[in-house]
Design a protein around this ligand. Structure first.
Ligand code: 15L
Length: 267
């Protein structure tokens, strides 16, 4: 079923832009929001430039919306203050506004950094406890927990996609395992909106990569069938980098460089 109106948060970001260009089939009207400029609205678009940290604006923008694809917030490690407003307060504002406005389905762009401190060979599934590798990862873990709470208590469904590395093509050796093609990302968003029932479900946003190190069995019931694989880029990626030591922390942990990366202190 095609939706009347869906809201896409983070619409000026990398993945928001991909959706804006390729998700026209998902709804008659796309309402787009971001803190950054989104340019001119196309015929079937509505544009709301706003900060997700401000509850009243979020309450306004979730009116007359059938579903939300939430990609807004900080997409990398930052100071706690920044993460707190954009990802934690912003996330709460979105769910609470959806509850008040009767919006019942959300697709959440979560991240592998919510579980980044697991080792590759653990082959973790969707049900392991969170093990964030950054304050950013902690905020995604919080998002998943809040989404679960809003499902258990208020019946708001969420498909939480723990996105691996969503880029036009894999940029380094780790991404030969974690890459998610744009096409597969769009399919996941589509399944998140259109699967009969998702309840609260966590899946990994990863293509059919040979070295995929997540057990994505949970993605079967939503009918996710990845169309792409990072493998066709292997030669190119390997030619641009040397053979890594298997004991490098960036190789050991699912989160790649995040587990060993520096900590941002608030000034
Ligand atoms: C993320 O969560 C980031 O938003 C993205 O830029 C990549 O760093 C990605 O994770 C990744 O793990 O490759």
């Amino acid at each position: 079923a095609k939706f009347n109106r869906i809201l896409i948060t983070g619409a000026a970001g990398a993945l928001g832009t991909v959706l804006r260009e390729n998700a026209q089939h998902l709804a008659d009207t796309l309402r787009l929001t971001d803190i950054a400029d989104m340019g001119e609205a196309k015929a079937n678009e509505e544009i709301v430039q706003a900060d997700l940290g401000d509850f009243n604006t979020v309450l306004e923008m979730t009116k007359n919306v059938d579903a939300v694809i939430h990609l807004g917030g900080m997409a990398l490690e930052n100071t706690f203050e920044t993460i707190l407003n954009a990802n934690i307060r912003g996330f709460y504002n979105l769910y609470e506004a959806c509850r008040q406005n009767g919006v019942k389905r959300i697709v959440f762009g979560s991240s592998n950094h919510a579980i980044g401190f697991y080792e590759r060979e653990a082959m973790i599934d969707s049900f392991v406890p969170h093990r964030p590798d950054s304050l950013y990862g902690v905020s995604k873990a919080f998002g998943e927990d809040l989404a679960r709470y809003y499902w258990d208590k208020f019946g708001i469904e969420t498909l939480s996609i723990r996105i691996g590395s969503c880029f036009p093509e894999p940029l380094d050796r780790r991404m030969l395992a974690t890459w998610l093609s744009y096409r597969d990302f769009i399919q996941l968003c589509d399944r998140g909106l259109n699967t009969t029932r998702v309840g609260f479900t966590v899946v990994y946003g990863v293509s059919a990569n040979r070295e995929n190190f997540w057990n994505n069995q949970q993605a079967a019931f939503i009918g996710y069938q990845p169309q792409d694989s990072a493998e066709i880029y292997r030669e190119k990626v390997e030619a641009n980098s040397s053979q890594p030591n298997p004991n490098d922390t960036a190789v050991v942990y699912c989160g790649g460089s995040f587990p060993a990366a520096g900590h941002f202190e608030d000034k």
